[in-house]
Design a protein around this ligand. Structure first.
Ligand code: G3H
Ligand code: 13P
Ligand code: ZN
Length: 324
């Protein structure tokens, strides 16, 4: 399904839909098991990098298989959307629309304003002919947005959102209020330190900017990218078993919980799943150096990701039970 009804219900209900990236079978199984068990609507995201890694045909049919798998797990009416994450050209978006995706993102946020509008509108005009919903982005996140790199973030300007949404016809808007991609969202200099634990405390999200955007566009679906929390337990596990992730820091879950209750109705999480996967694999390798059957380390990785996804759904986004 596309995102239209999902978002309308999420805004009314004060929760957010999880948008989880997937690149392989174990991630997809974990996402579907967690969603089926909690009866949460879910967005399966495919990035350009995922297409290059796993092949777009395979990913598209894996997503179709996932719907059948969800039913097999006892989820009678699965609510699953297949979404292109960070599409960077009309051609890429078109190929996903033509190929059966139910939603696409055109990320032209790095372009000058008028060019962002023109490209986004071109994608919207095409996608809407097939009832495919379109996410656009205004403002620039710090960190790496696929192949577009930005060292600093530029918050979305609330005074631009009405003009942008009206002229492009986009269905949802990704905004910049201080989230960022990856496991290193903030430099130690941008953070303070908790005197008790010595751990980094990131700067708060700009809720004033979010409020101003919601005032301009009441009831319009807002999306947050870069919303992994970088759970300390996974970072510790990775470091304990031979990894090296010093000072990794994410977005505190309370802030995402707060955002979920507002017009923020899609929250993107990728890095946390990568961390869970890596932590579990490292543990098996450290504890059982003789193990060489991939199922013996991808299995535990899948279990840990499933636990993570359920936690996000139930305790952070509040989307459990919304797709009975
Ligand atoms: O926003 C980016 C996502 O985390 C996807 O990352 O391009 O490495 O697949 P990727
Ligand atoms: P994280 O890197 O915080 O998981 O963000 C993922 C994302 O925004 C995918 O589009
Ligand atoms: Zn993103």
């Amino acid at each position: 399904m596309n995102t239209r009804e999902m978002f309308a219900k999420a805004i009314k209900g004060g929760y957010a839909i999880p948008a989880f990236n997937f690149n392989n079978m174990e991630q997809l199984q974990a996402i579907i098991k967690a969603s089926a068990e909690t009866k949460s609507p879910v967005i399966l995201q495919v990035s350009k990098g995922a297409r290059n890694y796993a092949n777009q045909t395979l990913l598209r049919y894996m997503a179709q298989g996932a719907v059948e798998y969800a039913k097999e797990l006892g989820w009678e009416h699965p609510q699953i959307c297949l979404h292109l994450d960070h599409g960077d050209s009309f051609e890429l978006c078109k190929s996903c629309v033509d190929f059966g995706f139910s939603s696409v993102m055109i990320d032209a946020s790095h372009l000058p304003y008028e060019e962002n509008i023109a490209l986004t509108k071109k994608v919207v005009d095409y996608a809407h002919q097939y009832d495919v919903t379109v996410e656009a982005e205004l403002g620039v996140l710090a960190g790496v947005e696929d192949e577009v790199s930005s060292a600093v973030s530029h918050y979305t300007k609330p005074e631009e959102v009405v003009d942008f949404a009206t002229r492009t016809g986009c269905d949802s808007l990704a905004i910049s209020i201080g989230t960022s991609h990856g496991a290193y969202k903030f430099t130690p200099e941008q953070c303070t330190r908790d005197p008790k634990t010595g751990k980094l405390v990131p700067p708060p999200l700009a809720f004033d900017v979010l409020d101003a955007i919601m005032e301009q566009l009441p009831g319009f679906p807002i999306v947050l990218h870069g919303s992994s929390s970088v759970p300390q337990e996974y970072v510790d596990m990775i470091n304990q078993y031979g990894g090296k992730l010093p000072d990794a820091v994410g977005i505190p879950e309370e802030q995402l919980r707060k955002a979920s209750k507002s017009a923020v109705c899609k929250i993107n999480i990728d890095s946390d799943s990568r961390l869970a996967f890596t932590a579990a694999v490292r543990k098996v390798f450290a504890e059982k150096p003789g193990e060489f059957d991939p199922r013996k380390y991808c299995g535990p990785a899948r279990d840990l990701m499933e636990e993570l996804y359920k936690h996000k759904i139930i305790n952070v986004l509040g989307s459990d039970g919304k797709a009975e």
